[in-house]
Design a protein around this ligand. Structure first.
Ligand code: ZN
Length: 292
């Protein structure tokens, strides 16, 4: 297993971690400058932040700083109430693939969608089986374009508490079933993003990481699970402030040959987004060395 205690070569910052400071938006280009100042080598930006900063300008800044990417967040949201919506979702995903290519990302992360309409407050139906089938159909439809553009797709299973509104793929096992179905030859075009926040509780996690193997382990996201989680979405803990056995899970991933970045992804309305962004980045570096 790699020793992270001496440096932060393998730290990546998911830019949502510092999307706000002092409770206000921190512009992406400023985030990238701060990362470069702190010798952070890799980032994973979110689409909305990139759109606000401009795709070309973001790509130029990433290049100027010599930053690598550990992923691009995110595509997905394949579940829709009608065919027109489904086609629009596919178009949007193809644009996300194009953007990921322009930015030099190693993969496009997919948050696949829950029951159609639920994220907007009203589910169009209650058939989660149908939603899951639509997700499989959506990834199947997107995959040829992703292969053509050589942009791997990383399905991110989300914790079951998000099954209604964000993702009806909730375990590594489910995600890998889709991978096996759509890419049985394990070409590397389709895999998973393992986020400890979503997967740490899963009794099958170790076995499913082994099942994924090197070809399907495309990204590794870290944060921590606070015992008293005050908000399902936006109360992730800093590494070391919760109950996730981070080093053990990293050991499982690395045992398969994963040698990519540990990407810190923390959504934290009440805590980290209220602090100074550069302080948060420094804390990420410290905790990456001490706890990941
Ligand atoms: Zn994640």
């Amino acid at each position: 297993m790699r020793d992270f205690s001496q440096d932060h070569r393998w730290l990546s910052i998911n830019t949502a971690t510092v999307r706000q400071q002092h409770g206000r938006d921190w512009p992406l280009l400023d985030i990238l400058d701060a990362c470069a100042r702190l010798e952070i080598r890799a980032v994973s930006p979110w689409r909305d932040q990139v759109h606000a900063a401009g795709l070309k300008e973001t790509a130029r800044t990433i290049k100027a700083h010599g930053l690598e990417l550990s992923g691009y967040c995110r595509g997905g949201m394949f579940t829709t109430a009608d065919d027109a919506g489904f086609r629009a979702a596919l178009d949007d995903n193809r644009r996300a693939v194009d953007e990921a290519c322009e930015l030099g990302a190693p993969c496009l992360v997919l948050v696949v969608g829950g029951l159609p309409g639920a994220l907007q407050g009203r589910a169009a139906h209650k058939d989660i089986g149908a939603a899951r089938q639509q997700v499989t159909d959506g990834i199947a439809a997107l995959l040829p374009y992703a292969v053509e553009r050589r942009m791997p797709l990383a399905i991110e299973p989300l914790h079951p508490m998000f099954a209604a509104d964000r993702a009806c793929i909730n375990t590594m096992e489910q995600a890998l079933d889709v991978c096996d179905l759509l890419d049985p030859q394990r070409s590397g075009a389709l895999g998973v993003a393992v986020d400890v926040f979503h997967t740490w509780w899963d009794p099958k996690l170790e076995a499913q990481i082994a099942r994924a193997g090197r070809e399907r382990l495309l990204a590794f996201h870290v944060c921590d699970w606070r015992i008293e989680t005050r908000d399902l979405l936006n109360d992730r803990g800093m590494m070391g402030d919760g109950v996730i056995d981070l080093r053990r899970i990293r050991g499982w991933v690395e045992a398969q040959g994963f040698d990519g970045h540990s990407e810190v992804e923390i959504f934290s309305t009440r805590d980290w987004w209220q602090r100074d962004g550069e302080t948060t980045l420094r804390t990420c570096i410290e905790r990456h060395r001490a706890c990941v």
